[in-house]
Design a protein around this ligand. Structure first.
Ligand code: SF4
Length: 443
């Protein structure tokens, strides 16, 4: 029997959701270079580590599509073909970046500037409205550590962490003991505001079942009651006035409250106006008690993508370099809108799978034109790509920096080598930049 040699890596950061849990332990079989056990992660985080093991869905060599089928080629050939597609295109799109590390994101900005193309990240289909509202009215916010130690009232509005951020509740917001909340769950009052009876709602102390798309009205009813305005309605947004008054009493009597909001607010009818109202409510609550607000970011480094894009260009997403300098206009320069209007004639997708979550018409438009995917797995996007450039998975097979949902930067760890010929996202983008410059005669 072959003796297995196991290496354990401690304090690993999970590269899946914006909670960025940093207490994982991962066992690697050194004889096979396989992940054999993951401790402390939730189910979805664990699945990501196992997905790095070679298998039929993991790419290990660059691929080019020929006669409708992918064939393996050298890195030289694949990079040459990808660069050729990008420089021949009149209006290329660089999209994704939220599931890779900050150093690679910076290279994405550099490539977009050289190409004079559109640069966008996944915030454009998730928390873009939060960024718009923050630009309008600012944001009173803090770190997850502060909430863990101090919050005695936690409101989840339009978010369902039991499914989307499973360890958020156990590490920061609900069940955890904090410095001033020694009795954990017993020291906190938890409210869920959601049209659905989600699993998070089922373990809350109070569930407010607001009508779909009517959160904006509910925010303003709460703001009016806080100012002691009498409302001459029996209900607002499907919630009886007596229940809204009960919520206002709960809020006013807490000593430290926080609102965690998700895509149930950003992607419903009032979009950034919902977040605007949420932030204004939070600010006004500080006349009564201490109150803060934090978006529940999904992809593990979407906050990093927004930060890196902003420090390089001044803008967090939906950026157009076609005039030689960055311009910003969500709606005009965001990926889905551009694809719907069929204005994109080639795409480079990095660490993302838009074909599985964009509207069908925009996916049709994406597939109509040359497509390059920097993607470790077979996905609906990479399956239709003309060029597939297989990367090492950041946070598992290479190091890097990632920003947690509260904008705390954490260092991702490498736990094992990447299989086959995979390069890091950073190396792939550096090679592309060199080849594009060479073909444009800039070297
Ligand atoms: S909650 Fe998020 S970051 Fe934490 S282990 Fe689960 S997927 Fe990973």
């Amino acid at each position: 029997m072959v003796q297995r040699k196991i290496k354990t890596v401690y304090d690993v950061v999970c590269p899946f959701c914006g909670t960025l849990c940093d207490d994982l332990e991962v066992d690697i079989d050194l004889t096979t270079n396989l992940v054999v056990e993951v401790r402390n992660a939730c189910q979805i985080g664990t699945a990501k580590f196992y997905s790095s093991n070679p298998g039929e869905h993991r790419f290990e060599k660059p691929l080019i599509r020929e006669n409708g089928k992918h064939k393996e080629v050298s890195w030289e050939e694949a990079i040459d073909k990808a660069a050729e597609i990008l420089i021949k295109s009149k209006r290329p799109l660089l999209y994704g970046f939220s599931s890779t590390e900050c150093e690679a994101q910076g290279k994405g900005v550099e490539l977009a500037e050289i190409l004079g193309c559109i640069l966008d990240n996944t915030a454009s289909v998730c928390h873009g409205p939060s960024l718009l509202a923050e630009q309008d009215v600012g944001i009173p916010t803090s770190t997850l550590g502060e909430y863990k130690n101090r919050a005695d009232l936690v409101i989840f509005w339009g978010s369902n962490p039991v499914h989307a951020h499973p360890r958020h509740l156990g590490r920061y917001s609900e069940f955890i003991r904090g410095y001033f909340r020694k009795d954990g769950r017993n020291d906190r009052f938890v409210v869920v505001i959601d049209p659905r009876n989600t699993h998070t709602a089922q373990i809350a102390d109070l569930h407010i079942q607001v009508n779909p798309n009517e959160d904006y009205e509910l925010f303003n009813a709460i703001r009016a009651l806080l100012r002691e305005v009498e409302l001459d309605e029996k209900e607002v947004s499907g919630v009886p006035i007596s229940k809204i008054k009960e919520l206002v009493d709960v809020i006013k009597s807490c000593s430290f409250g926080v609102i965690f909001f998700g895509m149930g607010l950003t992607q419903t009818l009032a979009h950034h106006r919902n977040i605007d109202a949420a932030i204004c409510l939070t600010r006004e609550l500080n006349d009564h008690t201490k109150f803060l607000i934090t978006p529940m970011r999904g992809h593990y480094n979407v906050a990093g993508a927004n930060t890196v894009f902003t420090w390089n260009t001044g803008y967090a997403y939906s950026i157009d370099f076609s005039r030689g300098y960055p311009r910003y206009n969500p709606g005009e320069f965001s990926s889905v809108d551009l694809l719907m209007r069929d204005e994109i004639d080639a795409s480079l997708i990095v660490a993302s799978d838009p074909a599985s979550n964009f509207p069908a018409e925009s996916v049709k438009s994406l597939f109509k034109h040359p497509l390059i995917a920097v993607e470790p797995h077979e996905t609906p996007t990479s399956a239709f790509a003309d060029v597939v450039l297989p990367p090492a998975i950041a946070g598992i097979e290479c190091e890097g920096t990632a920003y947690r949902m509260d904008h705390v930067p954490l260092r991702l760890r490498k736990v094992k080598d990447a299989p086959g010929e995979c390069l890091t996202d950073l190396e792939i983008l550096e090679r592309l930049i060199e080849k594009v410059k060479e073909k444009k005669g800039e070297k």
